[in-house]
Design a protein around this ligand. Structure first.
Ligand code: NAP
Ligand code: ZN
Ligand code: ZN
Length: 345
């Protein structure tokens, strides 16, 4: 199938128009005409090969929403014209214990990511900065028409990546929960933790984001550069979600966990973080991590958002401003997720 989008040709080249082929739909496939695509910081890490192993040309984008334009003969979940969403993975083995436990992102065979991966036939995958996508129905999600479609796009990565750990660690009423970094992931983590009934403290390096953090649901906001403000929260948190995209001192946050508290990393800085043993040995603390979420769990999150009227706060942008959007994301200067409008493709 003929497709077109924007691709990085190398780790130093800007994204430019790119024509490519997608597979013809198989009986279990859904074809989605993409209307909006969120810009995740992972797109930037990978386009610039900050994690290593990037495959070029690369069409980034894994926060995809649009309309179904064709379905294979086995597809019952969708019909032409339905709204649909695709997130970070487009395939997995479907038979390993993790796939069977709705943890396809941890597939033992290795899940196939939406871009910057080879699928099980060895063909490169291309993401959402493009006009369409072909995807097995098991990895395509139903989207409620109740919500603003552009603002739903970021739920497919930023949404599920924060929802999943908050659910896994059973965040709820009576708990003190911290969210570190008010970016795309952080602002969704803040909305969910608040919605689940926890007392939420937002950590930020940006004084300009204090008022927004409160509007988004923070009970308290701490400027993380202020050592005295940090010290006031020592050993008091049940759970902290670390959404920072760049290297930082994690010990400063581990020290804020109470007995048996957990700090979960979702941010993926390009270099290792150093952990002082005393930071975790004291108060029997846990340092954990979490990647996106399972397919059923992603649908559960989308349905929860439709019920509670939760979407991302977005800045719509156009393909001719991609380079500028990337620079602004790196500076932490976006409120709070860029979404590409495909009418500009
Ligand atoms: P983002 O929108 O750029 O947000 C990152 C935030 O981190 C910034 O807004 C800023 O918040 C803070 N920050 C940035 N540089 C910092 C620094 N040097 N020191 C302290 N704080 C800093 O990024 P995102 O799209 O939310 O993604 C965040 C990270 O999660 C990325 O590494 C991304 O690759 C990763 N990710 C992981 C998964 C997963 O499955 N685990 C999924 C998606 C993304 P303040 O201005 O509030 O300080
Ligand atoms: Zn992402
Ligand atoms: Zn599997």
């Amino acid at each position: 199938m003929k497709s077109f989008g924007y691709a990085a040709q190398s780790k130093t080249s800007p994204l430019t128009p790119f024509d490519f082929e997608r597979r013809e739909p198989n009986p279990d496939d859904v074809v989605v005409s993409i209307e909006y695509s969120g810009i995740c910081h992972s797109d930037i890490h990978q386009a610039r090969d900050e994690w290593g192993g990037s495959i070029y040309p690369m069409v980034p984008g894994h926060e995809i929403v649009g309309k179904v334009t064709a379905v294979g003969s086995n597809v019952s979940k969708f019909k032409v014209g339905d709204l649909a969403g695709v997130g970070v993975i487009v395939d997995s083995c479907r038979v390993c214990e993790n796939c069977k436990a709705d943890a396809q992102q941890y597939c033992v065979k290795g899940a196939v990511e939406t871009y910057n991966k080879l699928d099980y036939t060895g063909a490169p995958t291309y993401g959402g900065y493009s006009n369409n996508i072909v995807c097995h129905q098991a990895y395509v999600h139903t989207i409620s028409p109740k919500l603003d479609l552009a603002a739903v796009a970021p739920l497919l990565c930023a949404g599920i990546t924060t929802y999943s750990p908050l659910r896994h660690w059973k965040v709820g009423p009576g708990q003190k929960v911290g969210i570190i970094g008010l970016g795309g992931l952080g602002h969704m983590g803040l909305k969910f933790a608040h919605s689940f009934g926890a007392h939420v403290v937002q950590f930020t390096t940006s004084e300009s984001k204090i008022d927004d953090a409160k509007k988004l649901g923070a009970d308290e906001v701490v400027i993380s550069k202020d050592a005295a403000a940090m010290a006031k929260h020592a050993a008091s948190f049940d759970f902290i979600l670390d959404c920072i995209s760049a290297p930082h001192d994690i010990n400063a946050y581990l020290g804020l966990l109470r007995l048996n508290g957990t700090l979960c990393l979702v941010g993926l800085p390009e270099t290792p973080l150093s952990v002082a043993p005393f930071s975790v040995v004291a108060f029997r603390r846990s340092l954990a991590g979490s990647g996106i979420g399972g397919m059923q769990e992603t649908q559960e999150m989308l349905d929860y958002c439709a019920e509670k009227n939760i979407v991302a706060d977005i800045e719509l942008t156009s393909y001719d401003k991609l380079a500028e959007a990337y620079e602004r994301v790196i500076k932490g200067d976006v409120k709070y997720r860029f979404v590409l409008d495909n009418t500009t493709l």
